[in-house]
Design a protein around this ligand. Structure first.
Ligand code: FAD
Ligand code: NAP
Length: 326
């Protein structure tokens, strides 16, 4: 065990900067550490990564487990095994330096490797599922590590089996990266921004540059990135909305459905830059809710619910939260 802290403060451990405490915080590095924690798994427990996709709604009366595993190894199979506690963007930076393709569009996403499969992180036309070979998860029911294949993870848009009831602790992720150049530049203006230098290093720099210019830095203003998922609606619903709002962005999704931009709906409903108490909708990116200073989880949720209700009333479209409510 690396650390075992009772009555642990969580404010520095979540990017919203919400004040809360946990009865106990245990840092582990290996599955053997977890095996020695039988008492923990008999009670209430949760796993925390970098805290960049959670809203704390109060003190946690249980044990918060946090991975301190920082190992990375290239296996004989060619897969890259990365422990859960590695900072996601450090892994991406390393892969780019090694000339390995697959993770570059996911540059600049906060958080840890262990959390990447949970919501199948995605950005700029790429998703973690495209490069995840398998996920090693400590299963507290069986008290052993299970290796879930990519198919068993049942990845979807910001979704996976881990968000659908499979409880466990991710201890490592095995990635399949490629030495063959395979730039993915079809997203928005990425191809133009990358220009005539579609190298790994330039794609990474370009993505980080766009992100830095658009997204609020959690170190300056607390936030958890996109608060809501983009709604996927029947194609007929999208067509009807387009009659009324011809400038509404609509993207292809699975057959018979279309993806709408939640940020556009929120903006169009008049919420961009608005505040409710100590919580606000970011003035440049309406998909991001921000802590205006001293916000509680209840403040953030009150704003989120007001936004959801208004978007539903104005457009007839439900927008689900992407963040995890603790
Ligand atoms: P946490 O917030 O700590 O946890 C998130 C969830 O994963 C929780 O339910 C937690 O219990 C679970 N979890 C964490 N670690 C483990 C583990 N080892 N085992 C089991 N469960 C675990 N997301 C995107 O998809 N794309 C983006 O482009 C993106 N941009 C962002 C930009 C900003 C500025 C911010 C603040 C967030 C952004 N996010 C984005 C959201 C966030 O970065 C991701 O969801 C990230 O994967 C969360 O990682 P984390 O380690 O901080 O997880
Ligand atoms: P953006 O480029 O302004 O686009 C707005 C929305 O339209 C995005 O949510 C995106 O959906 C969708 N979109 C745009 N072009 C698309 C295309 N060619 N094909 C399919 N969908 C398209 O969005 P942004 O806020 O600046 O974010 C840029 C990227 O980073 C997006 O992929 C976004 O998901 C990701 N991001 C995620 C978070 C998070 O917390 N989850 C935070 C910041 C950025 P998708 O979201 O499905 O890609």
């Amino acid at each position: 065990m690396i650390k075992d802290i009772f009555d642990a403060p969580l404010r520095e451990l979540n990017t919203f900067g919400i004040e809360a405490r946990a009865n106990r915080l245990v840092e582990f590095s290996t599955a053997d550490d977890l095996r020695s924690l039988r008492d923990v798994f008999e009670g209430q427990w949760r796993v925390l990564g970098g805290g960049s996709n959670i809203v704390l709604t109060g003190d946690y009366h249980g044990v918060v487990l946090k991975s301190a595993g920082r190992e990375r190894a290239v296996l004989e199979s060619g897969l890259v095994r990365v422990e859960a506690g590695v900072v996601w963007d450090d892994f991406v930076a390393w892969s780019v330096e090694q000339g390995l393709w697959g993770a570059e569009n996911l540059s600049g996403i906060p958080g840890t490797v262990g959390a990447a499969p949970i919501q199948n992180i995605g950005a700029y036309g790429a998703e973690a599922k495209d490069i995840i070979d398998s996920v090693e998860m400590f299963d507290p029911e069986r008290f052993e590590v299970r290796e879930l294949t990519n198919a068993e993870c049942r990845f979807g848009y910001r979704d996976s089996v881990f968000k659908r009831g499979l409880r466990g602790v991710v201890v490592a992720v095995n990635f399949r990266l490629s030495r063959d150049a395979a730039p993915k530049l079809d997203y928005g203006g990425l191809r133009t921004a990358v220009g005539d230098d579609p190298t790994l290093g330039n794609i990474r720099r370009t993505v980080i540059g766009i992100r830095d210019s658009k997204l609020p830095d959690p170190a300056v203003q607390g936030n958890a990135g996109s608060f809501f998922k983009n709604p996927v609606v029947p194609a007929a619903v999208a067509a009807k909305l387009l009659e009324e709002y011809p400038d509404m962005p609509v993207y292809d999704a699975a057959t018979g459905t279309k993806k709408l931009a939640a940020g556009w709906l929120i903006d169009r409903a008049g919420w961009r830059g608005r505040a409710l108490g100590r919580a606000g909708v970011h003035s440049q990116q309406a998909l991001v809710l921000v802590n205006l200073g001293g916000a509680t989880g209840a403040d953030i949720l009150a704003l989120a619910k007001a936004v959801q209700a208004d978007v539903l009333a104005k457009f007839g479209v439900a927008i689900d939260m992407e963040v995890n409510i603790w």
